[in-house]
Ligand binder design. Structure first.
Ligand code: SPV
Ligand code: MG
Length: 599
């Protein structure tokens, strides 16, 4: 009987807590535990196979190949650590690796536990730790700690005293809490040249001491002594073999001999080694990747084996949607009016403020809020914009067009919550945080401090549904209208009588947050504005007003100062002071020679 493998299981639907409790399948039926499955493999009639794995990735690969169980090979695990199979890796390092393997694969794992890493007491502790980590069983060999691999001078290696080893088996069996946890006793008498009789004597003693199965090992290239042993043994307990040396024996021979489990002990490690050697050599010699790329696993295949998709799904589920992916569009096409003297060779966003360009201040602030998908719309001297960590798009018509034309260049590809920001802003971090944490479709920051305090150049007057009384936390405030500098409020040329001159509630701080849902509406409004003959002159306040006119609610978050815009040379000079104050204590404070001195 061959059980179906769990090839479709993912990192999240495998046995939930490593241990002994039965996992419950989707259909509500209890699935056998890993230990029960290993025990069944040992005891069932048909020949079963354990495939070697030595880390999480190989454990996953073995599962996907269709195997029902894993041999956590001492040789392979030590080799992948780059050390010898002489207990050079500590037992806790082995157990840590087993945890990765058990996490990556829901198969039962039989640990090659060498000698049990010490005496009966060490084995007791090992059994407890293995059970805690969901390992199905351990195989211990009747050698002396520290052991050496059986294929290295096997005949010269001392064997354990039979009674001592039987005590060890009994101690392990008495320690296990899960009745299905298996202890396999490995007989090394044939390897060590002690003969068939001694091998049978030891196997019988180990069986009587409580071993669930006997692993009879041979290093001959033919299976003769294994077959003789099996015949003499006559099914007293399940037999496990490792045909590494007698590999040419047809597998049916093992079936006919009544073997329970065959261990393919090191073949995943050895195939990986051959592939790694060949690839490394090829790349070294050819100094190019072009010859190997099609012969090796793709990066996507590695992601798949790591279950990267599950992570993305979980991210959508458990990180707030806004945090999971946030985007920004930075409007950075302008040279800066009044800043001609310092923008000969760069756009305004690349002006250095306290040692770093304006754009970098903005990007660092974005990073803090997990805004990682940043589009910068350049124009004037776009070639001088530092592209590190951003997608640069260029508004080629920057000289004849305004902010909305630039925005239109950068908004199309966006799908997540997006902050649209002027490139010349400095602000305390909470200002952006308040904005991105808003659940509203559209949200803006309005500075209710008396205009003129923060910036000499005053623009973007905001009219809101309610004045900032600085006490009304939680009372929703909506934006009614924004006048950019070009619109003289006194003229009221837009015919809106609901706003009156001098009654501005503050200044719009040049940032607009648009939720994923709001992007659709924003694109519609933008394309409607595009039809206007004066589209090339329009700026973001026009967009805000058009959104409001079409019924969009634009939520207002009031702040009281704590930001700067850089609109002329005087702003530029003052910005350094503000920026210095935003640095963390201890941050380096290099000054850029291009920064003008404070007056
Ligand atoms: C291992 O895989 O580490 C084993 C089996 O112990 S063998 O190398 O064949 O001894
Ligand atoms: Mg071993």
């Amino acid at each position: 009987m061959r059980r179906p493998t769990a090839a479709s299981a993912t990192l999240t639907d495998r046995t939930p807590a490593p241990g002994t409790a039965p996992a419950v399948s989707r259909g509500g039926q209890a699935e056998p535990t890993r230990s029960a499955r290993l025990r069944h493999m040992l005891q069932s009639e048909p020949l079963e196979f354990l495939m070697e794995a030595h880390n999480g990735l190989s454990a996953r690969i073995v599962r996907e190949a269709g195997f029902s169980g894993i041999w956590a090979s001492g040789l392979s695990i030590s080799a992948q650590f780059g050390v010898r199979d002489n207990n050079e890796a500590s037992w806790t390092q082995i157990v840590d690796m087993l945890e990765f393997m058990a996490d990556a694969s829901d198969l039962p794992i039989l640990l090659d536990g060498d000698t049990g890493y010490g005496n009966f007491n060490n084995l007791r502790r090992l059994v407890r730790k293995l059970e805690q980590r969901g390992i199905a069983g351990v195989c211990i060999e009747d050698k002396v700690f520290p052991k050496t691999n059986s294929f290295l001078n096997g005949e010269r290696q001392p064997l354990a005293d039979i009674d001592e080893f039987c005590g060890k088996i009994a101690a392990g069996k008495a320690t296990q809490l899960d009745p299905d946890f298996s202890i396999v006793a490995r007989v090394e008498a044939l390897i060590a040249g002690w003969g068939m009789e001694e091998a049978l004597r030891r196997a019988e003693a180990y069986r009587r001491a409580g071993a669930d199965a006997i692993l009879i090992h041979s290093k001959l290239s033919r299976p003769d002594e294994i077959l003789t042993f099996a015949r003499e043994w006559a099914g007293r307990a399940p037999l496990v073999i490792v045909p590494t040396k007698y590999y040419s024996t047809p597998t049916d021979v093992f079936r006919e001999a009544g073997i329970s489990v065959v261990i393919w002990a090191n073949h995943v490690l050895r195939s990986a080694t051959a592939a790694m050697q060949s690839t490394a050599r090829e790349i070294f010699e050819s100094e190019t990747l072009v010859n190997v790329e099609d012969r090796i696993a793709s990066v996507e295949e590695i992601f798949r084996l790591q279950d990267a998709d599950e992570y993305s799904a979980a991210e959508r589920l458990y990180l707030s949607a806004a945090r999971a992916s946030r985007a920004a569009v930075v409007l950075a096409a302008s040279r800066g009016k009044g800043l001609e003297a310092v923008t000969e060779d760069r756009p305004k966003v690349m002006l250095p403020i306290a040692g770093k360009p304006l754009l970098r201040w903005l990007l660092d602030a974005f990073k803090k809020e997990s805004i990682n998908d940043v589009t910068v719309v350049g124009g004037y001297r776009a070639d001088a914009i530092d592209r590190a960590g951003v997608r640069l798009v260029v508004n080629e018509r920057y000289e004849e067009t305004g902010e909305l034309a630039s925005l239109a260049c950068g908004i199309d590809a966006l799908e997540s919550d997006t902050v649209i920001a002027y490139g010349d802003l400095l602000f305390r971090s909470y200002v952006l945080r308040d904005l991105v944490e808003s659940d509203a479709e559209f949200a803006v920051i309005v500075d209710s401090s008396p205009t003129g305090d923060n910036n000499r150049t005053v623009r973007d007057f905001a009219y809101c549904s309610r004045r900032d009384d600085r006490g009304l936390f939680g009372t929703p405030v909506l934006l009614k209208r924004v006048f950019s500098a070009a619109d003289a409020p006194a003229s009221a040329h837009d015919g809106d009588s609901s706003v009156s001159v001098g009654a501005a509630h503050g200044r719009w701080v040049g940032m607009l947050k648009v939720s994923r849902a709001g992007l659709k509406r924003l694109r519609e409004v933008l394309s409607a504005l595009r039809a206007r003959p004066d589209f090339d002159t329009l700026d973001v306040p026009h967009l805000l007003n058009a959104l409001i006119a079409r019924g969009a609610a634009v939520e207002v978050h009031y702040v009281h100062g704590h930001w700067r815009g850089v609109n002329d040379l005087e702003d530029f000079r003052r910005a350094a002071d503000f920026a210095h104050a935003q640095r963390r204590f201890g941050d380096s404070d290099e000054t850029d020679p291009a920064t003008p001195p404070n007056p």
